[in-house]
Design a protein around this ligand. Structure first.
Ligand SMILES: *[C@@H]1O[C@H](CO)[C@@H](O)[C@H](O)[C@H]1NC(C)=O
Ligand SMILES: *[C@@H]1O[C@H](CO)[C@@H](O)[C@H](O)[C@H]1NC(C)=O
Ligand SMILES: *[C@@H]1O[C@H](CO)[C@@H](O)[C@H](O)[C@H]1NC(C)=O
Ligand SMILES: *[C@@H]1O[C@H](CO)[C@@H](O)[C@H](O)[C@H]1NC(C)=O
Ligand SMILES: *[C@@H]1O[C@H](CO)[C@@H](O)[C@H](O)[C@H]1NC(C)=O
Ligand SMILES: *[C@@H]1O[C@H](CO)[C@@H](O)[C@H](O)[C@H]1NC(C)=O
Ligand SMILES: *[C@@H]1O[C@H](CO)[C@@H](O)[C@H](O)[C@H]1NC(C)=O
Ligand SMILES: *[C@@H]1O[C@H](CO)[C@@H](O)[C@H](O)[C@H]1NC(C)=O
Ligand SMILES: *[C@@H]1O[C@H](CO)[C@@H](O)[C@H](O)[C@H]1NC(C)=O
Length: 411
């Protein structure tokens, strides 16, 4: 264990940084950050490697794997203060740096985003790189972990694609450690869950394992967002209910936002929101731009674990829902159904989405769905009320006539 004193940062309680470097294996990293009282405030232990592809001076693509990290330093790691959340910063080799940051929200904390930088001026690792300089990739990961639980993922997690592929395994991490004691309660990543439970439990949304969800129950509304280098680029707030029909039997599953992870990506013409949980491998919402001035939900791609252990997957990239002008958001408070296929529907509640042109992390003005538009309902209700009144008058008149007619007869 290596300990060193950090120059006291104004406003930061962090004074002492203790590092527990993994044994001889340079793949394994371990970090135990303590606060001014010597109490552990952040703990992490993990293994990682990276595959980087770069273009060479003779126009070939070369890949290099960074696995022998050598001795690492952790300067910049901190448990956070009033302004900044906790983060782990690791430096290794010549010019590699890796950062992960965490955020806290109510009774959860999130492993927020991971960024990785490498410097192609390092001639030992990138001897013939065409472009020399520092390259950085950032990924929004957004694993949500209950406060006081330690996140565990022994399975392989893969991040990124194309130029930089990142592998992580044997991950144990807890931010916002309470009372200086690292929790013994593990929160498993989905891959680990499916390893330990032979038949994945479906659905995760059930409040307690003994009760089954009533299909009539409205799903809880979740807030999802995607962040890229320019900040928040996609916003979605919605309650989601999945309806899977198998052998003419529909099973209805409410998505519990508390146990749902989200991630995604933003591009000029498309945007992706991906939800996942222990029962949902992935649920992708793909948005696209049409006619250069409107957006819509173009594709849903889902893969779920069924109760019997088999996987249900379906995709439809020819949808047309949630259509609104670019620069605005789409809103629908009433229940709406996105019909992905005959066997798979999504019922949405209190929906609001903005997949493009998000400014300052906030929704722009909403275009409401026609279902929400009450103006058309008012004449219908008034009309219905009037015709009801007429019917009552007619019936009353008829009864009245019959009574008086009957009256005459007895006379
Ligand atoms: C924290 O631990 C260091 C040695 O590891 C010790 O010198 C220091 O007094 C301790 N501080 C407190 C507040 O206990
Ligand atoms: C990087 O890690 C992955 C996952 O453990 C492994 O499959 C791969 O062989 C590793 N690469 C190298 C070069 O060690
Ligand atoms: C190298 O990779 C880039 C993408 O990063 C690709 O566009 C290009 O075609 C590749 N070149 C060769 C020679 O494979
Ligand atoms: C976490 O890091 C990402 C990029 O590395 C940055 O965009 C984001 O603002 C950071 N979040 C916090 C809470 O510091
Ligand atoms: C931390 O300590 C306080 C006071 O002793 C206690 O009330 C609280 O439950 C503890 N929290 C955890 C997570 O152990
Ligand atoms: C689920 O889907 C089936 C078949 O399309 C439909 O009959 C049923 O009403 C749906 N249930 C809900 C709650 O949406
Ligand atoms: C989600 O978390 C909130 C706040 O912790 C809680 O009030 C709510 O009941 C939870 N919902 C579900 C479905 O577990
Ligand atoms: C699981 O159930 C589905 C639908 O009932 C069925 O199609 C599938 O074959 C089953 N898988 C296994 C492994 O039993
Ligand atoms: C759905 O997602 C899977 C896994 O990411 C991918 O292989 C498949 O091509 C996607 N399907 C469509 C229609 O996009």
């Amino acid at each position: 264990m290596v300990c060193f004193r950090l120059a006291p940062v104004p406003g930061s309680g962090l004074l002492l940084l203790c590092l527990v470097l993994g044994a001889v294996s340079s793949y394994a990293l371990e970090l135990n950050l303590t606060d001014s009282e010597n109490a552990t405030c952040l703990y992490a232990k993990w293994q990682m490697n990276f595959t980087i592809r770069y273009e060479t001076t003779d126009k070939h693509n070369k890949t290099v794997t960074i696995s022998d990290l050598g001795p690492a330093t952790y300067s910049g790691s901190s448990c956070g203060d009033d302004q900044n959340g906790p983060k782990i910063a690791v430096q290794f080799g010549s010019g590699f740096s890796w950062t992960v940051n965490f955020t806290e929200e109510k009774s959860f904390y999130s492993i927020d985003s991971i960024s990785f930088s490498y410097n192609t001026n390092d001639n030992t690792t990138f001897p013939d790189a065409k472009e020399k300089g520092v390259f950085t990739v950032s990924d929004h990961v957004a694993f949500r972990v209950p406060l006081n639980d330690i996140f565990r993922c022994n399975s392989l997690l893969t991040l990124g694609k194309n130029d930089v592929v990142q592998h992580y395994w044997d991950v144990h991490v807890q931010a916002f450690v309470q009372n200086g004691t690292v929790s013994t309660k593990e929160f498993l990543c989905d891959k680990d869950k499916t390893l330990t439970t032979v038949l994945p439990i479906v659905p995760t949304t059930v409040p307690s394992p003994t009760t089954t969800p009533s299909p009539k129950e409205k799903p809880e509304v979740g807030s999802y967002s995607v962040v890229n280098s320019n900040g928040t680029c996609l916003l979605a707030t919605m309650g989601l209910q999945l309806n899977i029909t198998h052998d003419k039997v529909a099973s209805v599953i409410n998505i519990n936002p508390n146990t749902t992870n989200f991630t995604g990506s933003c591009h000029p013409q498309t945007a992706l929101l991906r939800l996942s949980s222990s029962s949902i491998k992935y649920l992708d919402f793909v948005f696209a731009v049409k006619n250069e001035n409107r957006f819509y939900l173009k594709e849903v791609n889902v893969s779920m674990y069924l109760v019997n252990g088999s996987v249900f997957s379906i995709a439809n990239n020819n949808l047309s829902y949630w259509d609104a002008p670019l620069g605005s958001s789409y809103m629908c408070n009433k229940e709406q159904t996105v019909s992905v296929s005959g066997a798979f529907q999504i019922n949405t509640f209190d929906l609001r989405v903005q997949p493009f042109n998000v400014m300052e992390g906030k929704y722009s003005t909403a275009q409401e769905c026609s279902l929400d538009d009450d103006t058309i309902l008012i004449p219908i209700i008034v009309g219905a009320g009037l015709s009801g009144l007429i019917i009552v008058i007619v019936i009353a008149y008829l009864i009245g006539r019959r009574k008086s007619y009957a009256g005459y007869q007895t006379l």
